[in-house]
Design a protein around this ligand. Structure first.
Ligand code: AQP
Length: 342
């Protein structure tokens, strides 16, 4: 059976982008794949995390997985630091990957910003750890948002170079799985920036645990423009929204994209449905749909987090099974590299 690996960082404020761009899609993959869903706490500490909050945030992500419908008994849910193989294989990936490859990673440039010299070495080497996460289980498919495509390419390059350097066919080349209309959910305050956990403004995102009033308020305050909603005239000859139309009204298309994803409809259908309508009307419909979808999940997350015993048991069991699955693969890697294993 093909195997999925994917992860979410426990960096707090899980939001609609994490849900529509990742977690929701992962739920649907369970029927077809052997799934390993990881709370990547080693990745999280590449930027400063308050230790007490990190623990709570780790449980929050586990709660989101479970509440969204991931089956932690049939598949695997665990936190990365419980399986030392991730760090061990990451070191080997550090020695396989080339500096030039990492220098091209756009996410490091964005996250390190102008203060590059002060960024952690971990943030720079982050893509190598991500490669190790995937390769440690010989995952064949990785569901990723647009923003992670470059890192997955790097994981493929590392797998290929490892196989070539050591003359083995050890790692399969992992394939990306990219999903529908809400692959990239943008900030509610600025349609050109992605919705993000670390945005200073809570009004930029809808959190998975926001209650109905908070969701309504954030959608009401979401940035728009003075024109009514766009219609089919915004579509280009290829039937997709023309790039100029998108660039001219990023907030409008972001909200339409969110609606399409929540309603499980094609973006063009949604554009046809709301063509020429006022934002006030559309925002009310969007609010009702967002509350109906997220309300149930957020409620279940709060229930699980109130008594973490259930979450902790799932994580403990998941980590044990992840260690068991990864151990023979790590042994094969060590054998290929030439580590003496007495
Ligand atoms: N805005 C988004 N739209 C669609 N998908 C998104 N993802 C994140 N933001 C969006 C997807 O969620 C998964 C988990 O992301 P992550 O925890 O690894 O961190 P990230 O991509 O760095 O997410 P954030 O929310 O922007 O966190 P910060 O602010 O900490 O950097 C991934 O599959 C990601 O694609």
């Amino acid at each position: 059976m093909n195997r999925i690996f994917s992860g979410v960082q426990p960096t707090g404020n899980l939001h609609l982008g994490n849900y529509l761009g990742a977690i929701r899609n992962w739920v649907g993959l369970q029927a077809e794949y052997d799934c390993i869903y990881c709370i990547v706490d080693l990745h999280a500490i590449t930027v400063w995390q308050n230790p007490a909050e990190l623990r709570a945030q780790t449980r929050e992500v586990a709660a989101a997985f479970l509440a969204a419908g991931i089956d932690g008994r049939k598949h695997i849910i665990f936190n990365q630091s419980r399986v030392p193989g991730h760090a061990q294989l990451a070191w080997i990936c550090n020695c396989v990957a080339r500096l030039g490859w990492l220098n091209r990673m756009t996410q490091f440039k964005e996250k390190a910003g102008k203060d590059r010299e002060n960024a952690s070495v971990g943030l720079y080497a982050y893509p190598n750890l991500m490669a190790a996460d995937i390769l440690l289980y010989k995952a064949t498919h990785v569901p990723v948002g647009e923003d992670q495509k470059q890192h997955l390419e790097l994981a493929r390059d590392i797998a290929q170079k490892f196989n070539a350097d050591f003359g083995v066919e050890l790692f399969p080349l992992p394939e990306p799985l990219i999903f529908g209309p809400a692959t990239r959910v943008m900030s509610l305050r600025d349609g050109t920036k992605k919705m993000s956990k670390s945005d200073a403004s809570d009004y930029s995102r809808i959190n998975m645990t926001d209650d109905a009033d908070a969701v309504a308020l954030k959608i009401r305050k979401a940035k728009t423009d003075p024109q009514p909603l766009p219609g089919p005239e915004c579509l280009g000859p290829d039937g997709k929204v023309a790039p100029e139309a998108m660039a001219a009204r990023p907030e409008a298309f972001n909200l339409l994209g969110i609606y399409a994803a929540l309603a499980d409809k094609d973006l063009n259908t949604v554009i046809g449905e709301f063509a020429g309508k006022e934002f006030s009307v559309f925002k009310q419909v969007l609010t009702d749909l967002a509350v109906a979808t997220l309300g149930k999940i957020g409620g279940e997350m709060k229930r699980l987090m109130a008594d973490p015993a259930e979450i902790d048991a799932i994580l403990k069991d998941g980590a044990e099974r992840a260690r068991a699955k990864s151990a023979p693969i790590l042994a094969e890697v060590e054998e290929a590299v030439g580590f003496l294993r007495v």
